[in-house]
Each structure stands twice: as structure tokens, then as C-alpha cells.
Design a protein around this ligand. Structure first.
Ligand SMILES: Cc1ncc(COP(=O)(O)O)c(C=O)c1O
Length: 411
């Protein structure tokens, strides 16, 4: 894209945005559950499946070409996350299965009486795997809570929660229900100070901002490319020094080198190609030429995306707050927008969340109701039974779509 933002050009880069049903355009406000795929991502997948469909490691053309794409996808992910090396990037099926997988690896040397800290603001993918291994090993679980008024972690409790027996601290970068962006650096620092491993669920921050795992200071960071304009897959970053201390869970004949030895079984090479295309899409958004590094292009892409999402957030919040009796579960102040992603969970007076999204769906506006596996949050907020409506915006959302949703929600 040229250096100035054009929402029409951005939307044209997503084939699905042109679709209509019975003459009514689709409005995809379900981004936190899964974004639409960028055309570049789809094209990369089709190309790989057409011309390079084989396992890696062979001497013939399809294998050689496919392997080259595999390396390129790992390098692109390293640039996306600011990893020290592509060797720290592990592809998997999705975030949940990657976390179940690494939980077994990390827990190998946990002892009865050790402790871990989990958060009440996390998607269950970053809770259940740790609960399971903690139970197996007799490890005590301590909980990092959040404030139900400010929707932020209770950072002051960290000193009391984290101590010499703490082996692991797990938290999220952005909440999939509240939308809060959390001070992960502070949590990772507290974990590091006692030699504990910090695990960050970046699934909801990765679609909206430049990630820098080195600046965050965590040890593991995981995200789901199908929420970042690519295909269904999971990506795990693991700090090289941590890899050096751990033993992989692998079949004996498989490669002994990082990152391959950390991923169980044959990966989806086509998904890796798709992730590469999605990253190329983000780079394209920034409008920088190829003389800039990929990381610089990505930084510019995220700056442009964030500026547009900021405009959309202000517009959506203003309209939402004008609905009498609307209750927002998340940061709502105009001066708080830098601390949230454009994911809005709310209830409307006298209407079940499920009815609201059915009504939206009948007008071809797509949104979710429920509590989205944010199991602990739903309990804490008392919304587990009826759920909330969740409207999620992305950089491809138009102002007209925001207005269309608001008109239906206010009716
Ligand atoms: C914050 C968060 N973490 C984890 C997950 C699970 O990701 P996956 O579907 O890739 O297992 C989700 C999915 O919605 C999520 O929003």
C-alpha cells in the first residue's frame, strides 16, 4: 500500500469482504474469535499446495521448495515477534494444543510443594494445561486476580503471590473478553526475579499491535494466526536459553535441532505458508518499500493499523455508551484506549446476549455471545450463565460497518 492509509485498499486485500448474501454485505465483527484471511495468505497457501506439496527434507523439487517456504515462515514469525532467531519459533495446530504440549515439557522437574501462578483473566487455554500438570505433580496453584471495576490485574499482589518456590507464572497480553492490554513486562520481571518461567498468551494482542518478546521479557509467548489474518495454526515462541535447559517431548528419529524438535509430528506446511502471507499483509499495510527490513515494515504496518483501530474504537464506544442501560465489561474511558484492544463485551438491558447476536446475524452482522472460554473472568463477573455480547473490530473494519452495528444495537 502507498504510505497513506486507504481503508478501501485494505478491504480489497481481503477477498471475503466483498461477499454478500441476498444483496446484503457481510459485516465481520467476530475478529477476536477469528479474523478473515488476507488474500496474500490465501495465495501463499494455494501456491504451496499446488507447486510444493511434500514433506520437508527431500532432494526433489516439491520438497525443496516447500522447505524453503517453511524456513521463510519461521523467519517471518521471528521478525513479527522480535525473536532472537527463527530457531525459537515453533508451529503447532493451535494455541491450546501448544500449551498442553509445553506444559508437559516444563513440568518434568516440578516437585510437590512447588507453586505456580495462574490468572483469573485468562482464556482457559492458558489455565487448564497448567492446572492439569500442577495436579499431577502436587504443585500448589496461586491466583493473580483482576479488579472488576478497573478491569486490570491486581499488580500489587504480585509480591505476595510470587516467591522462591514459584516455577511458572502464566498471564495474557490482552484479554479476549475485557480487551485490556496488560503490563506483561511487570509480571515477567517479577517471575524472572525468582527464577520462574513466564508464559504469555498473546492470542488477543498479536492481531492489533507490534509484539516484542525481548522487550516483554517473558520466556514463552503464543498466538493463533487464524486471528491474525491467516489460517488455523498456533505459533509458540520459546526463549533460546529456556530451550537449552529443557528436554523435548519427541519421537526418537525426528530432528534433534531447534525449532523442529519442539514441534510434534509433521506440521501443516500449507498453514506455515499462509502465516507467511499474513505477515506479508501486515508489512504491506505500512507502505514501506523493500529497502526497509521486514521488522521495520511490520512496525509501520502495525502503526497504521492501530491508528485506524483507534478511530474505530472512539466511534464505536461513543455510540455504545449512548445506549441507555448498556453495561460495558472493560475499559471505556476515552483516555484509556491505548490500554485496550478493540474487543468490546457488553450487555443490553432486557435483552439476552444470545438474542442480540441472533438479531445482528439476521442482518448479516457477525458477532458472538457467551464467555468465550474466559472461564475465570465469567465467574468473577457473574456472567457465566447468560454471557455477554462481544463485538470485535479489526483493521479491515469500516466506519460504515461500525455505524451499521450501532444502529442495530440501539434499535
Ligand atoms: C486469549 C486466547 N487464548 C487462547 C485461545 C485459544 O486459541 P486456539 O483456538 O488457537 O487454541 C483463544 C481463542 O479464542 C484466545 O482468545
Amino acid at each position: 500500500m502507498s504510505s497513506s492509509w486507504s481503508i478501501d485498499a485494505v478491504r480489497a486485500a481481503f477477498p471475503a469482504l466483498a461477499l454478500q448474501d441476498d444483496g446484503v454485505a457481510r459485516a465481520y465483527l467476530d475478529a477476536p474469535a477469528g479474523t478473515q484471511m488476507a488474500g496474500r495468505s490465501i495465495d501463499r497457501m494455494v501456491r504451496l499446495m499446488t507447486t510444493a506439496c511434500a514433506n520437508d527434507g527431500g532432494v526433489f523439487r516439491t520438497s525443496v521448495e516447500g522447505e524453503a517456504t517453511m524456513f521463510e515462515a519461521h523467519r517471518a514469525c521471528a521478525a513479527l515477534l522480535n525473536a532472537a532467531s527463527f530457531e525459537e519459533i515453533v508451529f503447532g495446530l493451535n494455541t491450546t494444543s501448544l500449551l498442553f504440549h509445553v506444559s508437559r515439557i516444563l513440568a518434568r522437574d516440578w516437585r510437590a510443594g512447588d507453586e505456580i501462578v495462574l490468572s483469573r483473566m485468562d482464556h482457559d487455554a492458558n489455565v487448564a494445561p497448567w492446572l492439569a500438570v500442577a495436579e499431577e505433580r502436587g504443585v500448589a496453584v496461586r491466583w493473580l486476580d483482576f479488579d472488576t471495576e478497573t478491569f486490570r490485574y491486581d499488580y500489587d499482589s504480585l509480591d505476595a503471590l510470587i516467591g522462591p518456590r514459584t516455577r511458572l507464572v502464566a498471564c495474557n497480553h490482552a484479554s479476549n473478553l475485557l480487551g485490556t492490554i496488560n503490563d506483561v513486562k511487570r509480571i515477567a520481571e517479577a517471575a524472572r526475579a525468582v527464577g520462574a518461567v513466564s508464559v504469555v498468551d498473546g492470542v488477543q494482542s498479536a492481531p492489533h499491535m507490534l509484539t516484542d518478546v525481548q522487550a516483554l521479557g517473558c520466556d514463552l509467548f503464543v498466538f493463533s494466526p487464524y486471528k491474525v489474518f491467516g489460517p488455523h495454526a498456533g505459533v509458540l515462541w520459546m526463549r533460546g536459553e529456556l530451550m537449552d535447559r529443557l528436554t523435548p517431548l519427541k519421537v526418537r528419529p525426528s530432528p534433534q535441532q531447534a525449532p523442529w524438535m519442539w514441534a510434534p509430528g509433521t506440521p501443516s506446511f500449507e498453514a506455515q505458508a499462509g502465516v507467511l502471507g499474513a505477515i506479508e499483509h501486515i508489512a504491506w499495510l505500512g507502505g514501506l518499500g523493500s529497502e526497509a527490513t521486514l521488522r521495520e515494515q511490520l512496525a509501520a504496518g502495525w502503526r497504521a493499523s492501530q491508528a485506524w483501530e483507534g478511530t474505530l474504537m472512539r466511534r464505536f464506544l461513543a455510540g455504545l455508551k449512548a445506549i441507555p442501560g448498556m453495561r460495558l465489561y472493560g475499559l471505556g474511558g476515552d483516555n484509556e484506549l491505548a490500554d485496550r484492544v478493540p474487543t468490546f463485551s457488553f450487555t443490553l438491558p432486557g435483552r439476552q446476549a444470545s438474542e442480540v447476536v441472533s438479531d445482528l446475524a439476521s442482518h448479516n452482522v457477525f458477532a458472538w455471545a457467551g464467555s468465550f472460554y474466559a472461564h475465570e473472568i465469567a465467574q468473577r463477573l457473574g456472567v457465566a450463565e447468560n454471557g455477554v455480547v462481544r463485538v470485535g473490530l479489526a483493521h479491515y473494519t469500516s466506519k460504515a460497518e461500525v455505524d451499521r452495528a450501532l444502529a442495530l444495537l440501539s434499535a
